[in-house]
Design a protein around this ligand. Structure first.
Ligand code: SAH
Length: 217
């Protein structure tokens, strides 16, 4: 176990690593400084909390690499009044970062257990503007649509139609696209009056977006 001084040093290195990997937006860095990653990483990987790497979580899923969380959040350009949808709650870490920047965050996962555990951490941290829902996020969240911003943290072959349809005009969606067992592309989709603009941002690797609800272990 590390003492407090050690933890402070690791947190400084964590923020330094984010900056050196291109996370430069001051609001995103402040959010990542405020939201401790520790409650979202459990068990044997706890001592790797402040390393810039993805780590295994329950249900065979992963908590994303912090610099990728930062770069995706930055690309999403969240505004204070935004209503944001995240598909792929996982540990809840990305949703917690978004909650610092947006008015309201809805996050969905196909595993009930992940949603329940993430919601418990949000409650404990007092993050009252996040709602976690168990659902197949490839259909979005029709009851709460449309959204100013949508972030997908699992890879689909193409942007799911329902998510495109639930994006406001002027809205932005960031998502990895490509086959699940290869390197995927992180893309940004911007909806305008006449349709959608697509930008390719960088190569990434995410677990696949899978249809239907997850079978609990
Ligand atoms: N954003 C997470 C990491 C996500 S890992 C974090 O910050 O920790 C990807 C998550 O997407 C997994 O938890 C997986 O269960 C979920 N997922 C995959 N397909 C899905 C779907 N169709 N609907 C909702 N969630 C899905």
């Amino acid at each position: 176990m590390s003492d407090d001084g050690d933890t402070a040093e690791r947190k400084m290195q964590f923020l330094f690593a984010l900056r050196s990997r291109g996370v430069t937006d001051a609001r995103v860095l402040t959010a990542m400084e405020r939201v401790d990653r520790a409650p979202f990483v459990r068990g044997i990987f706890a001592d790797r909390t402040y390393e810039d790497m993805p780590l295994p979580i329950a249900c065979g899923q992963t908590i994303s690499q912090p610099s990728v969380v930062g770069l995706m959040t930055q690309a999403l350009n969240v505004q204070p009044r935004d209503k944001v949808l995240e598909v792929g709650t996982g540990s809840g870490y990305q949703a917690a970062i978004l909650s610092q920047l947006a008015r309201r965050v809805y996050t969905v996962d196909r595993y009930r257990r992940l949603v329940r555990e993430a919601q418990a951490i949000f409650d404990e941290m007092g993050l009252v503007n996040i709602t976690a829902v168990t659902a197949d996020g490839s259909f979005g969240l029709p009851d709460q649509a449309p959204f100013d911003r949508i972030l997908v943290t699992a890879a689909a072959e193409d942007p799911p139609g329902p998510l495109l349809a639930q994006l406001k005009i002027g809205g932005i969606m960031v998502l990895p696209v490509g086959q699940s067992d290869t390197v995927q592309s992180l893309i940004r989709v911007t909806r305008n009056e006449d349709g959608f603009d697509y930008d390719e941002l960088r190569p990434v690797r995410f677990v696949p977006l899978v249809e239907g609800l997850g079978r609990e272990e």
